[in-house]
Every structure is written in structure tokens, then in C-alpha cells.
Design a protein around this ligand. Structure first.
Ligand code: ZN
Length: 276
């Protein structure tokens, strides 16, 4: 599943080829995504120009303008298996290439989504006010994200800190992989009650969340050219994780065995010696 770093990498990969371009319209081959693609999508976007490609949590936001005035935005989510690529608009679509956004100059931004959990929606107003975005917590990659922000978000929560981190109202865009990795980096046990962690440890956790995300975004930098042309799937990098997916392997810090357990129905990896 694309997590926040992959979505940010996608943003960086497509932005130079989409920003400033006029949209000629949309070709919708399959409207049944997680939410139906609006039937009037083509009419809504045809002729508008993409002012910027932004991101909020795991949503990509194509901010549109007409004659320098705001003209709504497109919200795109990659779901479980989605990917975006800029290519020749005449390139034959594959069976899972559900939506093309046609760009002036003969190219298209194409959404491939085999499992169809993604979405493409038109947002007529201010994107941050959209119901899907309005309740989201702070962005872990924002400069203002620190221990105090995390403490405020976790205040009074009795759930396991790992489960709390996956709550998009607490922190936006943190998925299972990076929650495991950040808790390991910070030395915090995933089952510890979220509201009962000392401020100094929360500061470490906030720093760890930023660090693991930023490291993954940096690793994605080498794949940016994969978002343009050709066919197939953009190169979501295979990142090396310290605990995620490594049950039984030696902990990189203490050498003990990494453990795997279910926590709030999600697979969780951690080191019982290093994480308290
Ligand atoms: Zn360890």
C-alpha cells in the first residue's frame, strides 16, 4: 500500500509535468473506485489549469485555476494499489488504468488502480475544508510537528500508542509500516497507552516519525523519473526497514529477536527489549 512517503514521492514525480499545464478533460474507463468518480468530472476540469500539486496526508491535491481565479481542486487517493504516471495520452491503457486526466501537449496523468480502493474526486471549494481532509491531524513532515504537537494529539488517549498513531485525526498519513519503525526508533513499546508517555519520550517519537518519513522520501528521490513515460508501475522503492516485516530477525540495536503481534487488528513488529 502506498504510504505517505510514496505519495509524497509521487507528488514530486508528477508535479514538474503537471503544474502550470492546462487540463483538456478526463477519460474515465472505470468510475467504480472507493467512491464513484463524479460523472461530470470532465466538464468540471476541462480548460482549467493546474496551479500546484499539493499533498495532505495521503491525498494528492491538484489545485485548479481559471483566469488566475481558484477553480476547485482534484483530490486523488491511491488507495491500496494505485499509482500515477505521466505518459503519452495515446498510450494504450491497461486493464487497470481507470482514469486519465488529459493534459495540453499530448500527455495524460493516468491512474492505475488494480484493487480500486483509490479515488478521484472534484472539490469545488477550499480543499482543506473538504470533509475528507477537514478532520486530519498534523502532518508529520511539517516543520511545526514536534513533541508538543504530538502530546496535544495524544492527550487523554487510553488506546495503545501504535493504534493512536494510525488514527488520522492524531497524525495525518502515518501508516502501519512507519508507525512500527518510528516506535522502534523512539524506544517506545507499541502497546503503551498513548496518553501516558512522558513528554521527553513523545518529543523523541515526533522526531522519529519525521525522520523515518523523511528518510523514505529521500530514498524515493532516485525513482522520480519512473513517473514519466513508458508503462508499468512507478518504482516504489523497496525500503529497508529495521523492524517491519522482520519477525524473528535480530534487532539492529540489541541483537534480540524482533517480535510480531496483532495490536488493534494490525500486524505490529517491535523489539521487546529495546521498546518499553
Ligand atoms: Zn532490541
Amino acid at each position: 500500500m502506498p504510504e505517505l512517503p510514496e505519495v509524497e514521492t509521487t507528488r514530486r514525480g508528477i508535479a514538474p509535468h503537471v503544474e502550470g499545464r492546462r487540463l483538456l478533460g478526463a477519460v474515465v474507463r472505470e468510475a467504480r473506485l472507493r467512491r464513484p468518480v463524479p460523472p461530470d468530472l470532465h466538464r468540471r476540469i476541462a480548460g482549467a489549469r493546474v496551479r500546484a500539486v499539493a499533498r495532505r496526508a495521503k491525498y494528492l491535491i491538484l489545485e485548479l485555476i481559471r483566469e488566475d481565479s481558484p477553480a476547485g481542486a482534484l483530490l486523488i487517493h491511491l488507495g491500496m494499489s494505485g499509482s500515477l504516471r505521466v505518459l503519452d495520452a495515446n498510450a494504450p491503457p491497461g486493464p487497470h488504468d481507470h482514469v486519465d486526466l488529459r493534459l495540453e501537449g499530448g500527455r495524460a496523468l493516468r491512474l492505475r488502480d488494480p484493487r480500486r480502493f483509490g479515488l478521484v474526486l472534484f472539490c469545488p471549494g477550499d480543499p482543506p475544508a473538504h470533509p475528507l481532509l477537514a478532520g486530519l491531524g498534523p502532518e508529520p513532515l511539517d516543520p511545526g510537528f514536534d513533541g508538543a504537537a504530538l502530546a496535544a494529539a495524544l492527550h487523554g488517549r487510553r488506546s495503545a500508542v501504535k493504534a493512536a498513531l494510525l488514527d488520522q485525526k492524531v497524525v495525518a498519513g502515518v501508516g502501519n509500516i512507519y508507525a512500527c519503525e518510528a516506535l522502534f526508533e523512539a524506544g517506545i513499546h507499541p502497546a503503551r497507552p498513548a496518553g501516558r508517555i512522558a513528554p521527553v519520550r513523545l518529543a523523541r517519537l515526533a522526531g522519529a516519525l519525521r525522520a523515518v518519513m523523511a528518510e523514505a522520501v529521500a530514498a524515493g528521490g532516485s525513482t522520480l523519473r519512473d513517473f514519466v513515460g513508458g508503462d508499468g508501475r512507478p518504482g516504489y522503492f523497496q525500503h529497508r526497514f529495521r523492524v517491519y516485516g522482520r519477525a524473528g530477525a535480530p534487532c539492529p540495536r540489541c541483537g534480540g529477536a524482533i517480535r510480531r503481534r496483532l495490536l488493534a487488528q494490525r500486524v505490529t513488529y517491535y523489539c521487546p527489549r529495546c521498546q518499553r
